[in-house]
Design a protein around this ligand. Structure first.
Ligand code: DPM
Length: 358
């Protein structure tokens, strides 16, 4: 899986005007030279401002990596955008925000689709795959307060204050932690929700992902960041994923090209985890490779499953105790530091420059 480093976010480019327009039909484009094998690369997105900002940030990175390719953004609405009067959890469709985009992928109307990773169902239909995941933003949930509650925290809000969220995950955890508060559904995109909060007296505060607020430029509205003890975030929250057709090798190759020549290998043997990491120059002549190991033996399996006191591991592997996960993660960090101390950064930046110049 390639990792794109998220950098600049821009709203520079207008979309193709709505619907699933085919970029190839644009008479102004030189048809032979505008893409992989002459293809224009069409990138599908939802229409909300947040979705557009997210998609634009990915397209900006792709344009930097592939200045000769032509990218076109195709915006469309999904069920989750259209049904605004029903609680999310009651609509009864898993792929609320992704289905229409996948349909367009299937019909070759778009070639890539940018999603929030957490909006993707746990397993994708077999015809699709994730080509890239971008560097994750802050994964935590955040509280945005009504202006009249500015400076407060959830625990300081008066008895029976109403908090807006349509996330069962958030409501369930926060009800337990803050029993003096009431929770009510609030739907619509981020702009709509913030408006509902600010311009009425219905809600004392709403809960949103810090990542979305940051991307919208509304970081200053975060009144309280919820620690994992208050509210565990959703799997994948804060990361963007690029979904592609599993059989579209040309696009998959392109996505692979976004990565840097970093390689790892892991071996689990006799309670020891061995991790080998390496970086390479483009022709492989210059390289750096190191192996480190750590003990991950778990003497007795905890009866109620793995303990989950590891807070910085975003994904919890089933049946692996927290200690072992933590050891594995620390090993990765230590290995990366070791490689960096030996000059990995230099090798990678030369490789990146040379690759950009090709
Ligand atoms: C999913 C949920 C929500 C979104 C449910 C959950 C929040 C719904 C709500 C699966 N998708 O998190 O428990 O608050 O009523 C969504 C947001 C982002 C991606 C907005 C948000 C942006 C952050 C990111 C909606 N999807 O969660 O505030 O990139 O993770």
């Amino acid at each position: 899986m390639a990792e794109l480093g998220v950098s600049g976010v821009g709203l520079g480019r207008a979309d193709s005007g709505g619907g699933a327009g085919r970029a190839g039909a644009d008479p102004l484009l030189p048809q032979e030279e505008n893409g992989v094998d002459g293809r224009a690369i069409r990138v599908g997105t939802r229409r909300s401002q947040l979705a557009r900002i997210q998609t634009d940030s990915v397209v900006t990175m792709l344009r930097e990596l592939y200045p000769d390719l032509h990218f076109e953004i195709v915006a469309m609405s999904t069920t989750g955008d259209k049904i605004l009067d029903t609680a999310l959890s009651k609509i009864g469709e898993k792929s609320l925000f992704t289905k229409e985009l996948e349909n367009a992928l299937e019909r070759n109307e778009v070639d890539l689709v940018v999603h929030s990773l957490k909006d993707l169902p746990t397993s994708l239909p077999p015809d699709f795959t994730i080509g890239a995941v971008c560097k994750r933003e802050n994964p935590l949930d955040a509280v945005v307060f009504h202006p009249k509650n500015c400076g407060k925290t959830l625990s300081l809000l008066p008895e029976k204050s109403v908090i807006g969220t349509s996330s069962l995950r958030r409501a369930a955890q926060l009800k337990k932690k803050f029993p003096h508060l009431e929770f009510r559904d609030i739907r619509g995109n981020l702009n709509t929700r913030l408006k509902k909060l600010d311009e009425k007296e219905d809600f004392s505060a709403i809960i949103l992902a810090a990542a979305g607020l940051k991307r919208m430029g509304w970081e200053n509205r975060i009144g309280q960041l919820l620690s994992p003890e208050d509210c565990l975030y959703a799997v994948g929250q804060g990361a963007l994923a690029v979904e592609v057709r599993a059989k579209d090798q040309e696009i998959l190759n392109m996505e692979g090209g976004c990565s840097v020549p970093v390689a790892v290998n892991t071996l689990l043997k006799d309670g020891q985890l061995y991790l080998t990491g390496a970086v390479y120059s483009l022709d492989g002549s210059d390289s750096l490779k190191e192996t480190m190991q750590t003990g991950v033996s778990y003497p007795h399996q905890n009866e109620d499953g793995p303990n989950d006191d590891v807070q910085h591991v975003g994904i919890t592997a089933k049946n692996v105790p927290g200690q072992a996960q933590e050891a594995a993660e620390n090993l990765g960090v230590e290995l990366a530091s070791l490689l960096l101390s030996k000059g990995a950064k230099h090798i990678l930046s030369v490789a990146r420059q040379l690759n950009d110049a090709r």
